[in-house]
Design a protein around this ligand. Structure first.
Ligand SMILES: Cc1cc2nc3c(=O)[nH]c(=O)nc-3n(C[C@H](O)[C@H](O)[C@H](O)COP(=O)(O)OP(=O)(O)OC[C@H]3O[C@@H](n4cnc5c(N)ncnc54)[C@H](O)[C@@H]3O)c2cc1C
Length: 563
């Protein structure tokens, strides 16, 4: 048992688990990170990192057989031949969809931090005030001021590129130099700003080292070269991942034990001590069961897996899942509404082009229901656009030769693409639960997902499509086409909730420091903790909440309040 005793245990080594590991280790705690997937070492295990297109047996396409066998993951735009090894295949890890839900997962050291799109925006005060003001979910137990210093703390280490804009709907952070808009994006930005006065599109903020600082160089990371092949793992460490950044920092302290291939089955509730004392683990490969013991646990297995682990942590004290006296564990799951997009043409600037690639788009903070409830739907959406020139096939049916070569090298007309990221309202009727009769190969009940859109989502989607059309038309775009992808919830890959934060144990599972009301040495700081979704990409908020929660947990340990 002694060899299985640690000061702290972190479940999951993805974006939030990497942060928990780094912070706990740097504060001197002997920390065990349990990761269900295989080891992925920075650089060494990025097998396609520098592969050329002709080295891909299927020219980077996914074979039909794989598409048929794994329809869910194949709907994710980033699942390609060069990245497939970082995604979970449906057939390897089944789950039950009571309603259609695309659950996209990455089970390996680093989790989805290897394959995320790296867009990072702070929440604003309006986002934290939203549920309390508009009367949905429960009031957040924290406000923007509580988390702002922690955003700064993680941004400095991660390296976020962005422009300083002074917008109260999207607070500025600690930025590295911003990426640049191209000439048409700038023109559209100016025209929309002129037309509306307050709709200012800005360059996207993202976790890329545009100009690394010492803190990044010390991590062994270098400047982003805009290869835009990030999902393969970056040879420069140019974007943030647990593998390139937080896990090495944790290892540097000498306090980290990382145990891949360790599937956490449940947490152990000691009936006599009346507290959680450890975790049960099944070895991924041998299926051998083990237990590890600790004073404090951070659950960072990703939103729905953290729900699963807690629901599966039953005892006579907690027959319905750990800390679940209120019966709300697994409920109030929410996500981001990505259904709406528009495409359009843009005339002019035919003599202009742009240089290189860019790992971000242009974005507009939410402008609906910000200062007060004013629409016939609740909350709002963030909008993104980008402009580019495609259609390099100008040669048509010309013969070979110099003319053909010249015509082929001419870019086609400008086109614009716009998309939404809408807030959804957490509801009791959107929930996850455990199958009573079906288990996976590690003996863990399958997760059942019952999550759907509602009327509010439809109204919000229609408003985005109308407003998007109006904005693009005022910007001089033509041939504007609106699309409702009708995609299932989940494909946004921003699933949140189920173990929400709040003030009252009757209506929430975690307090304002991500600590379980009824199991105070257990902290949940991945997406499961989210009381509402905001309109921002969520991961930077998970990172800030995690660093803040560790700071609180370690102080509480020192005061002997927990552990
Ligand atoms: C294609 C794509 C694009 C995205 N783009 C963005 C973006 O631009 N911005 C943004 O903010 N977010 C984005 N996301 C979402 C982002 O990846 C997640 O929000 C983030 O990774 C969540 O962090 P996490 O620590 O909760 O989970 P993860 O990073 O998924 O890590 C969880 C880890 O826990 C492990 N685990 C699970 N269950 C167990 C268990 N029982 N025992 C042990 N280990 C377990 C998993 O194997 C995994 O390694 C994107 C995701 C994808 C796939």
């Amino acid at each position: 048992m002694n060899s299985h005793q640690y000061d702290a245990i972190v479940v999951g080594s993805g974006i939030s688990g990497g942060w928990a590991a780094k912070e706990l280790c740097e504060k001197g705690l002997k920390t065990l990170v349990l990761e269900r997937g295989r080891q992925v070492e920075h650089l060494k295990d990025y097998s396609t990192m520098t592969a050329a297109p002709w080295e891909m047996p299927h020219r980077n396409q996914i074979p039909l057989e794989d598409k048929k066998a794994n329809p869910v993951v194949n709907r994710c735009y980033a699942y390609k031949e060069d990245t497939a090894h970082f995604f979970v295949k449906d057939q390897d890890h089944p789950y039950l969809q009571e309603k259609p839900f695309d659950w996209v997962r990455g089970y390996q050291v680093g989790g989805k931090s290897l394959i995320w799109a790296r867009q990072t925006q702070r929440w604003s005060k309006y986002d934290f005030e939203g549920p309390g003001r508009d009367g949905f979910a429960v009031d957040w137990p924290i406000r923007y001021e509580d988390i702002a210093p922690w955003y700064s703390y993680v941004e400095r280490f991660v390296g976020i590129s962005g422009s300083y804009e002074g917008l109260d709907t999207l607070p500025d952070g600690e930025f590295l130099p911003a990426w640049e808009m191209n000439c048409v994006e700038k023109e559209i930005q100016e025209r929309i700003l002129k037309a509306y006065g307050d709709r200012k599109f800005i360059i996207g903020r993202c976790a890329h080292l545009t100009q690394p600082k010492d803190v990044h160089l010390q991590q062994g990371r270098g400047q982003c070269m805009a290869r835009n092949q990030c999902y393969r793992g970056c040879p420069f460490g140019g974007y943030f991942s647990s593998n390139s950044s937080t896990l090495p920092a944790a290892a540097k302290t000498g306090n980290l034990t990382l145990r891949p291939d360790s599937v956490v089955h449940s947490l152990i509730w000691d009936e006599k001590k009346e507290k959680v004392t450890g975790v049960r683990v099944i070895d991924r490969v041998t299926k051998e069961a083990t237990e590890y013991f600790t004073k404090v646990i951070f659950l960072n297995a990703s939103a729905l897996n953290t729900n699963l682990i807690l629901l599966n942590s039953t005892s006579s004290r907690f027959p319905n899942g750990l800390g679940n006296d209120s019966g709300i564990l697994g409920k109030y799951i929410a996500f981001h509404n990505y259904r709406g997009s528009l495409s359009a043409g843009f005339e002019g600037f035919e003599d202009k082009y742009y240089f290189g690639r860019r790992p971000t788009a242009v974005m507009l903070p939410n402008f609906r229901n910000v200062h007060k409830q004013e629409m016939d739907f609740q909350r709002g959406y963030m909008s993104f656009y980008s402009a580019g020139r495609g259609g390099w096939g100008g040669a048509g049916d010309m013969n070979f030769g110099a003319d053909f070569k010249e015509a082929s090298a001419k870019p086609g007309p400008w086109h614009v693409f716009m998309m939404m990221q809408g807030e959804t309202i957490p509801k009791e009727s959107n929930f996850v639960s455990l199958s009573q009769d079906q288990k996976d190969e590690w003996g863990i009940p399958l997760l059942k997902v019952s999550v759907d859109y509602d009327e509010n989502d439809e109204l919000l989607l229609n408003d985005f499509l109308e407003q998007g059309e109006e904005m693009l038309s005022k910007a001089g775009c033509f041939n504007i086409r609106k699309t409702d992808s009708k995609q299932s919830p989940g494909l946004d890959i921003h699933e949140m909730g189920g173990v929400r934060m709040g003030r009252d144990p009757e209506t929430s599972l975690l307090n304002g420091f991500n600590q379980m009301h009824l199991a105070p040495n257990v902290f949940v700081s991945d997406g499961a903790c989210m009381t509402s979704t905001g309109t921002q990409n969520p991961s930077i908020t998970y990172m800030a909440l995690t660093a803040r929660a560790v700071d609180y947990a370690v102080a509480a340990l020192k005061r002997n309040e927990i552990g």
